[in-house]
Structure formats: structure tokens, C-alpha cells
Design a protein around this ligand. Sequence first.
Ligand SMILES: [Zn+2]
Ligand SMILES: [Zn+2]
Length: 247
Amino acid sequence: MSRQMGDSHRRFLQTMMASGIIDESGAKALHQHCCETHSTQYAPDRLDDFIDTINSKLQPMFMQIRKGMSEDNGHQHYALVNMVENDVTRMSSDYADNELELFKKTMDLIVGSEDGKASSTDILNSTDSMTTKKLKKSEIEHLLNRLVQDKWLSEKRGEYTLSTRCIIEMEPYIRAMYQDQVKVCHICHAIAFQCQICENPTCGIKIHNPCVARYFKGRTEPRCPACEDFWPHEIPEVRRPRSQSRR
Ligand SMILES: [Zn+2]
Ligand SMILES: [Zn+2]
């Protein structure tokens, strides 16, 4: 592809390299800022084309800016991903072996859970079966904080989930590693952790909470899109991206 990467694209990429992940409204604002700073033509609705141009230049380096949804609020995000090292070895420059083992154990707990969460107590208990040097309780707490800060995990009231960055970046690894356990969302087809599950035992499809909100919005009697059984869960509200709610 011969699309030229200009200074505005380079500036966008530099910001992505520094932050790792950015939400859609942040990406839109950054797109505008980069174009205006370098006096290049700015087309608000051409963000994905703008990113495609960057991606065509990143491809030979096996990097990509990839789009994905936050399981928490349903907002789209853009993450800069390494397509060769998309497993936990990618983190080995920042974390010691035993820290990575604990992260993998946390991932096992989250993937194996019904609701895509692991409590700090469960994570602490999982260290009993560690094969590398065991971590002390205070070290585990410190490590979990770091994993949240580095945007690999998210934390809410002592419960840990895989962060949006982690899911976008490690999706191929998670699909390969947890083939039998991982399920995709029936609506958006991305892997699903925090979601609602159809209670019909012969169905059991998963739908992300934000996808549930959008899919069932305005329907008086929600039914499973796969088996048509009554959908018994509470339907969450659609959460609008920041940029839209401000207008
Ligand atoms: Zn979904
Ligand atoms: Zn069903």
C-alpha cells in the first residue's frame, strides 16, 4: 500500500506507544490534535482510515493498532499490540518469573470463573501451587497494584478482571491457551468474560454486559437470541461514551 504516513500519523503513533491504549473519544481528540498540529487535512469521520495508514506501516514490524470493546462500559478502545509476542512472555521485561506465574494463575482463575472475575483472596490462595519462588502476601498486593497500573488487570472492590488492553492484546493467546473454556459473545463475537449467560442448559450462550444492554434496549420481553428462551437477567443500561454524553 502506498498511503503515506505524515507527521500527524507519527505523532498519533508516538502517543499510542506511550499510553498503550486509548478510548474512542480520546482517539478522536488525538486524531484532531495531530492533524491540526501538523496542518494536515482533518476528517473527523476518517479515524479508522487514519489508523489503517499507520497500520500499513506497522505491519512489517509485526505491530498493529487494534480496536476492541471495554467489557466494563462497552466503549471502543484502540490498543497498540505486538502481533508476534501476544502472550505473557511479552511482559517478561517488566516482570520476574514468579510474578508472571502469578499473573497466569490470575488469568486461569478469571477465565475459569462464571463472571470473569477473581477475588484477591482467591489469587492469594492460588500461590500455594506456585512452582517458582513463592511471593509474600505484601509482594502479591504490590504486584496486583502494578498489574492494574500497567493496565493488564482492572480492579473493583477487591475483584480483578482482565483489562481491555489485556483482552485486545492477548486475545489470540487466550483463545489458544483456554480453547475449552473461553467463549465468545453471541452478539459481537469477541471473547467474553464479564457477561450474562443463557440459563437454558442446552444453550448457554454468553453476551457481554454492554452488548446485553444494547441488544435488549427497548424490548419488553427479552428472549435469548439463540434459543428464544426468556432472558432472566437484569438488563443493564446502555452507557454512552463520554464525548457523546457531553454534547
Ligand atoms: Zn459482545
Ligand atoms: Zn439461549
